[in-house]
Structures are given as structure tokens and as C-alpha cells.
Design a protein around this ligand. Structure first.
Ligand SMILES: CC(C)=CCC/C(C)=C/CC/C(C)=C/COP(=O)(O)O
Length: 290
């Protein structure tokens, strides 16, 4: 008895709808398959192989048998396409634009991931990138702010630090929320060897380091009186920290770009809800208790 044909992952093709062997779109159209898979809006759990087979079997995909063109010569009208295939064949402009952006994002992120491993082309600078990673980690920023708060002896200083603490906590909360909702996997070339992570940090969108970098640098630039070279250094730190996330292979470019945007907007929220002894007296009184 002949063994069932199998797909690339070794699953039997018999599990799908029957396929017409030798379909030109099926056999010779590797590029076409990639295009189809780029356009297809897959239902969760659907077998991509089945979806592709169904599409290749549809009359639209068979060379020379477009339903309307062949209506006069063929007595039997083809059955209507299933709903999901119709969506595949009529992708919206926005859908194509988004999928193209994602494809560029994945390609560029892979190209820039030059420190993703010790054996990568820039593997020797990986330890430096990991040092930069710690400079934008949540733990040192939280501990540093709490330490400075405990040492601060002026009301003005305490007010700024209290708001910095509030910013850092708001950032952790929003990033965890979005990561949990979006659940985008980290790039395949990432090594999960990060220092102290939360469970949502297995997801990559948005980059928590990028949000923190944008938030903290905007906070510092607005509340610390710094000389111009130091201000430039703060902006450079934020930018290089974001870039290092992609170079380390931790993130795709869009994770970092959105992270910068989110961090920038978070500062606007903090500025709007600025905590002071007037609107949050309890916080300030509690902090001053011996
Ligand atoms: C108070 C509290 C819940 C502190 C947790 C601080 C913490 C472990 C933050 C996680 C920082 C981190 C590893 C973020 C991941 O950054 P990505 O840039 O990789 O998204």
C-alpha cells in the first residue's frame, strides 16, 4: 500500500482536503506559495499546509481556468470559494502594507542582529551590549530611585524622585500589559540569557528597554539642569540602547520603534498627572515618616 504523501514537517497530507496532484501552482510555484502565505490571514490553529493546498486547488489558482473566463466552455460552474480563501484573494491595501512592513521588519532585524550570539559577525562586542542592557534594566533604575529618595533632603528633590518612581512603575505596568496582549515572540535568533526577567518578557513587543530609555531620558532632560554635552549624551544613550536591543537579537526594529514612541508618550502622562505635595499629600507625608 503506498504511504501517504507528507508535507515539509512530515505531517500526512491526507489530513487536508484532497489535493490535485500536479497542479502547476502547487508543484512549480515556490515563490507563489510564499506570496500566498504572506497574504493569508490564518485562523488560529489552522494548518498552513492545508490552507495553501486549498488555495492551490481553487479554480482561480489553476492555470487557464479562471471561473468567468471559462464559463462559456465549461458546463459545470465551479463551487464558490470558502470564506477564508476569498479573504486571501482580496487582501486590503492596509493588509498588504502591514504584511510588507512586517516582512521588511523581520528581514532588517535579522540583518542588524550582528551580536545575537558569540559566533555572530560582531559577537566580540556582545559583552558591551549586555552592559548597555543592564543600564536600561528596570531593577537598577528602581533601586537607584528608591536609594536617592531615601537620601534626598529637599522637598523639590523628593517630588522629582517620587515622580520618577511613579514613571518607572507605570512603564513596567503598561509594557507588561501590551506584551501580554500582543504576545509577539522574540526573534528566533535571540538567546534568552537576560538578567532578571518577568514572565511577560518572553514576548518582544514593545521593547521595555526602549520605553524606559525614551521615558527616562525625556524625564531627565526636563527635570535636571545639565550642560549641553551631557544632554547629548543622554539622548545618545537612549538611541544606542534601543539599537543594541536589535543588535543583540532581543527585538525586531518595530518593537524598539514602538517602544520609543510609547516611552515618549508615557512621559506626557506623567507630566499631566505630576504628583506634588498639593495633589498627593499622603504620599509625601508617608515618605517623611521616621
Ligand atoms: C517591581 C517590579 C515588578 C520590578 C520588576 C523589574 C523587572 C524585572 C523588569 C524587567 C526588565 C526587563 C528585563 C525588561 C525586558 O526588556 P525588553 O527590552 O527585552 O523588552
Amino acid at each position: 500500500m503506498p504511504s501517504p504523501r507528507r508535507n515539509a514537517e512530515g505531517r500526512p497530507l491526507a489530513a487536508c482536503a484532497p489535493s490535485s496532484s500536479g497542479s502547476p501552482a502547487h508543484g512549480g510555484g515556490g515563490g507563489r506559495f510564499e506570496f500566498q502565505s504572506l497574504l493569508s490571514s490564518r485562523a488560529p490553529g489552522a494548518d498552513p499546509t492545508c490552507a495553501r493546498l486549498r488555495a492551490s486547488e481553487s479554480p482561480v489558482h489553476r492555470r487557464g481556468s479562471f471561473p468567468l473566463a471559462g464559463a462559456g466552455s465549461s458546463p459545470a460552474l465551479p463551487s464558490p470559494l470558502p470564506e477564508e480563501d476569498r479573504m486571501d484573494l482580496n487582501p486590503s491595501f492596509l493588509g498588504i502594507a502591514l504584511r510588507s512592513l512586517l516582512a521588511i521588519d523581520l528581514w532588517l532585524s535579522k540583518k542588524l542582529g550582528v551580536c545575537a550570539g558569540e559566533s555572530s559577525s560582531w559577537g566580540s562586542v556582545r559583552p558591551l551590549m549586555k552592559l548597555l542592557e543592564i543600564s536600561g534594566h528596570g531593577i537598577p533604575w528602581l533601586l537607584g530611585t528608591l536609594y536617592c529618595l531615601s537620601r534626598s533632603d529637599s522637598w523639590a528633590g523628593r517630588e522629582v524622585l517620587m515622580n520618577l518612581l511613579f514613571s518607572l512603575l507605570l512603564d513596567l505596568l503598561l509594557v507588561a500589559l501590551i506584551k501580554g496582549l500582543v504576545r509577539r515572540r522574540r526573534p528566533a535568533h535571540n538567546q534568552m540569557d537576560m538578567f532578571f526577567t518577568l514572565s511577560v518578557d518572553k514576548y518582544s513587543f514593545p521593547s521595555g528597554h526602549a520605553t524606559r530609555a525614551a521615558l527616562v531620558s525625556r524625564f531627565i532632560l526636563n527635570h535636571l539642569v545639565l550642560a549641553i554635552p551631557l544632554r547629548v549624551l543622554v539622548v545618545l544613550w537612549a538611541f544606542i540602547l534601543g539599537l543594541s536591543r536589535v543588535m543583540l537579537g532581543r527585538h525586531n526594529v518595530t518593537d524598539v520603534a514602538f517602544g520609543f514612541f510609547l516611552g515618549y508618550m508615557q512621559y506626557s502622562i506623567v507630566d499631566y498627572c505630576w504628583l506634588s505635595p498639593h495633589n498627593a499629600p499622603v504620599l509625601f507625608v508617608l515618605w517623611n515618616q521616621p
